[in-house]
Design a protein around this ligand. Structure first.
Ligand code: PEP
Ligand code: MG
Length: 330
């Protein structure tokens, strides 16, 4: 198995009909970035910065954050990293940012970018540290992208852009080096999926956060086993929304990744590929098997499977059908 892993690690992800796929890793730390290299990821599609904060007793200052981002960039495959700003709240809280009392609906409450907006000085510190860390990338060497979680409205996209611009101007005035970064949004709130065409002109790239998108579409908590039968990425309404978003991004020529758990699940992977997705970000451990699956996939066959799957009306029938089809592919 080790030999097989090593052989497959250096192979690009290509389908049987020659289409190149981008298989990226989701990471929490520099150690995970090294695992991403070992598993053959071509880059990091989601660096969850929460862990820098959760493992720190108070707000990490700009220099501490800069050191953490630099370490992750240096350890990542091809120095290619999409860094997501703090996505705290919901299931994860940090008392020093004002999370002192329990909210009645934490996943629909004061989390993520909403919290960052209420702490502009702290948010700006994170933006400055990321822009400075991006200066480590030499031309032609890699890529740092900056991504914002839980984007719900167009005003929020405008606001983050303005804040990044301001942080960048500050750095210039301070004489600090900074790198060029692309700005993108996570698409994980149904409202954003519905307004995707209005949001696309304002962002450089999009990444679908299917873990949250599914829980919000189905109104079923992603962490509550009592409703896990509802929180299903293969539910027909979820598939319809995903197909629309992928189509809209491809039509507009905007780079699109999906970085939720379903990116590493074979049944979902086939359907997403057929919908036109070409970039998948997942736990490093799933990358070798998705590369293997990709090698057995072709677009015409995947599209045929998708057409049939989209006619099915229940999650159970989609799951059953996909299990049968996967049996034929791999
Ligand atoms: C998601 O919501 O799908 C996602 C990738 O982000 P997180 O799991 O950190 O919320
Ligand atoms: Mg999310």
């Amino acid at each position: 198995l080790k030999d097989q892993l090593a052989a497959n690690r250096d192979q690009p992800a290509v389908t049987s009909d020659g289409q190149s796929l981008e298989l990226l890793a989701n990471i929490n730390s520099a150690a995970d970035a090294r695992a991403a290299v070992a598993m053959g990821a071509s880059g990091v599609g989601l660096f969850r910065t929460e862990y820098i904060y959760l493992t720190h007793p108070d707000i990490p200052d700009e220099e501490e954050q800069l050191a953490a981002y630099r370490e992750v960039i240096a350890a990542s495959p091809a120095k290619t990293v999409t860094i997501r700003t703090l996505d705290i709240g919901g299931d994860k809280t940090v008392p020093y940012l004002g999370h002192t009392h329990q909210e009645a609906n934490p996943f629909m409450g004061w989390r993520s970018i909403r919290l960052s907006f209420e702490h502009p000085e702290f948010f700006t510190t994170q933006l400055r540290a990321i822009l400075r860390a991006a200066a480590d990338i030499q031309p032609g060497e890699g890529r740092v992208r900056l991504m914002f979680p839980m984007i719900t409205t167009i005003e929020e996209v405008r606001k983050v852009r303005a804040m990044v611009h301001k942080a960048s101007e500050q750095l210039k005035a301070d004489g600090k080096a900074q790198g060029a970064v692309q700005l993108g949004m996570m698409l994980e709130v149904p409202a954003a999926a519905i307004s995707i065409n209005d949001m696309l002109p304002l962002v450089d790239f999009v990444s679908i956060g299917s873990n949250d998108l599914v829980q919000y579409l189905m109104a079923a908590d992603r962490d509550n086993p009592k409703v896990s039968h509802l929180c299903q990425p293969l539910a027909p309404p979820v598939l319809r929304v995903l197909a629309n978003v992928i189509k809209a991004c491809n039509k507009a020529g905007k780079p699109l990744t999906l970085c939720g758990e379903m990116a590493g699940q074979p049944r979902a992977f086939v359907l997403l590929f057929a919908m036109g997705l070409r970039s998948f970000s997942m736990s490093p451990a799933f990358i070798p098997s998705m590369k293997e699956l990709a090698a057995h996939l072709s677009e015409p066959i995947a599209k045929q499977i998708l057409r049939r799957a989209m006619t099915l009306r229940t999650t159970a029938s989609v799951k059953r059908f996909m299990a049968e089809e996967l049996g034929k592919i791999a």
